[in-house]
Design a protein around this ligand. Structure first.
Ligand SMILES: O=P(O)(O)OC[C@H]1O[C@@H](O)[C@H](O)[C@@H](O)[C@@H]1O
Length: 320
């Protein structure tokens, strides 16, 4: 999964091998590999809004998503930090909006690096391109700084490889006070038909069902089908065991998600009524073309002591 074995790029060493390209335009960063895969990231929220692989778009983006920075982007991979869902009462995050401020703040592009993986699963020499984004307390709006007055630094890395999209968040406590946070990569996966997929890797896991008064249950199904509004927080998963979105027809994986330091996975689909009720969700029937499988750390709080840092991430493979 998270492959830390990238060696420095061979760019400019006389080789005429095609290299990744990266372009920056209108607060949008686009990177593509010579093998055809591409990724698009908006500086607003450092939200990944497109990931193309195998000649297909892998992420769902609502037709009505706001891409002008006026609202968190409905689709792609919004980043949830420092609180998941509605903030609890009497907590340091209480005055923040739902899902925190990372997805509705302006990030900076820190740069790109190209690399050649030495030990990827699919053979040697695969090219990868990594895009780094930063957000710190000095970049927050006055309002967010006031409501969450901690000194922090976030570095969000988006790595595109031939086989996967990897997203990693590093959180640093740059102040003198400890702070608590939750984090989640709210990944909207593009699916052809929700009735034709099953979610595997959740059996026997405890989940909180947010559609049933946040009651706790144990997943009985080895292959979960989505047939109604679904909003579940699965807890205490082994991050190295993939959560797989598989085809119901032939059981082949459509997506496989492994994680690092993320023990929770949220499965969300708004279904008919909720989809209609969201002004930025469209078309109404698009709930059939998406499933959110959201890797994160949300069932407890991570406490970060002054000067410390923490890192977590996911690797999403498609149609392997
Ligand atoms: O509408 P938002 O703030 O983007 O949230 C979408 C959904 O995000 C999911 O992660 C939550 O579990 C749901 O409860 C929520 O409805």
């Amino acid at each position: 999964m998270m492959d830390r074995s990238h060696k420095p790029s061979a760019i400019g060493v006389g080789a005429s091998l095609p290299q990744p390209t990266v372009s920056i335009k209108d607060h949008t960063i686009e990177a593509s590999l010579p093998t055809g895969q591409s990724v698009t990231v908006q500086l607003y929220g450092a939200t990944v809004t497109s990931w193309k692989s195998n000649g297909q778009e892998q992420l769902f983006l609502s037709e009505k998503a706001h891409l002008d920075g006026s609202k968190p982007i409905r689709g792609g991979i919004p980043l949830v930090f420092p609180v998941f869902g509605a903030p609890p009462k009497n907590h340091a995050t209480s005055a923040l909006p739902q899902h925190g401020f990372a997805r509705n703040s302006h990030w900076e592009f820190l740069g790109k690096s190209s690399s050649e993986s030495m030990e990827r699963d699919h053979g040697q020499g695969d090219l990868a391109v990594k895009l780094d984004f930063g957000l710190s307390h000095t970049m927050l709006s006055k309002e967010f700084r006031k409501t969450w007055p901690y000194e922090f630094g976030l570095v969000y890395s988006v790595t595109l490889t031939k086989d996967a999209l990897e997203t990693t968040l590093q959180v640093r406590n740059e102040g003198k006070q400890n702070f608590d946070f939750q984090v989640l990569m709210h990944t909207y996966l593009n699916v052809e038909d929700i009735s034709n997929i099953r979610i595997k890797g959740l059996e026997s896991k405890t989940y909180v069902d947010k559609t049933r008064n946040a009651t706790s249950h144990t997943e009985a199904s080895p292959a979960l089908s989505i047939t109604q509004e679904t909003d579940r927080v699965y807890q205490d998963l082994d991050p190295t065991v993939p959560v797989v979105v598989a085809s119901a027809a032939d059981d082949k994986p459509v997506f496989s998600i492994t994680r690092e330091a993320f023990n929770d996975v949220v499965v969300w689909n708004p279904w008919i009524e909720k989809a209609k009720g969201m002004a930025d969700f469209g078309p109404d029937e698009a709930y059939k073309n998406m499933i959110c499988v959201e890797a994160g750390s949300v069932s407890t709080w991570q406490t970060l002591e002054a000067g410390d840092s923490w890192e977590g991430g996911q690797s999403v493979k498609s149609r392997i």
